[in-house]
Design a protein around this ligand. Sequence first.
Ligand code: 13P
Ligand code: SF4
Length: 319
Amino acid sequence: EAEEEALRQRIREQLQARNAVLIAHYYTSPVIQALAEETGGFIGDSLEMARFGARHPAQTLVVAGVRFMGETAKILSPEKRVLMPTLEATCSLDIGCDISSFSHFCDQHPDHTVVVYANTSAAVKARADWVVTSSIALQVVSHLHEQGKKILWAPDKHLGDYICRTTGAEMLMWDGACIVHEEFKAKGILDLKKIHPTAAVLVHPESPASVVELADVAGSTSQLLKAAGELPNDTFIVATDRGIFYKMQQQNSHKRFMEAPTAGNGATCRSCAHCPWMAMNSLERLVTSLEQGSNEIQVEPELIRQALIPLQRMLDFPK
Ligand code: 13P
Ligand code: SF4
């Protein structure tokens, strides 16, 4: 405890001394989220993190999350320094969508509007017409569908399927998935609902269709957090990374939140429901990055120029 407090103190001092602000995702550890709040930083979903970083006047943005979030921050604020606790924190969606195969896929379908999920590399974003996060994907695709556009979607097939079912848009799909959300099981949730019949089910749409079908609310991390506060239920089954429980429980102390099962028999393994890359954001790594100025995100100026166009379209899209 004393050791942890010493680390926290060094981080507070560094943030001040370097005119830096800490921006954390809901899936990072409670200690990192609490520090972001306490130091005037921010906790949010990936869209809100991008907006906050772009608007904040600090000269250095410290992004606790995964690499694509740091890259997005850099693309939106190339004049700022963007640090991360580790540059190794990636995402299975990003890994599964390399620029050369993706570019080839786009070249084969020149009549399609290319919409990519934010969980991608800067190079993939640079090849896209639109970038979207889970909180705005439905609105953007329905808008494009209304204009009669055919969509090429990448990389998350589950989120893509969900958008396709909901909007009726014509969509060509890349075959990618999130290793965390893909593990949630409909059978496990149904079994848990038998025990807790009044429970509401909250689902991040990176989960398989059979799980999204059971959702009372499907949406981004921030949208799920909002639903946890607004729905009258006293119990919730939550199909997303367990990092979200920190804020859910804090904001709704009288409600009960349970992890959605990742096995049909109702069990949840320890390594499931938690993103291994988000878990790499430790206090030790955060303090080292700040003190040494290490793990700075670098994106080539030409990529920044190209990727900014579809990202800015998303930020300018009326909510
Ligand atoms: P959100 O945009 O909902 O925060 O999701 C990001 C993510 O990586 C979910 O797994
Ligand atoms: Fe990527 Fe899934 Fe981790 Fe989110 S939870 S960063 S989608 S691997």
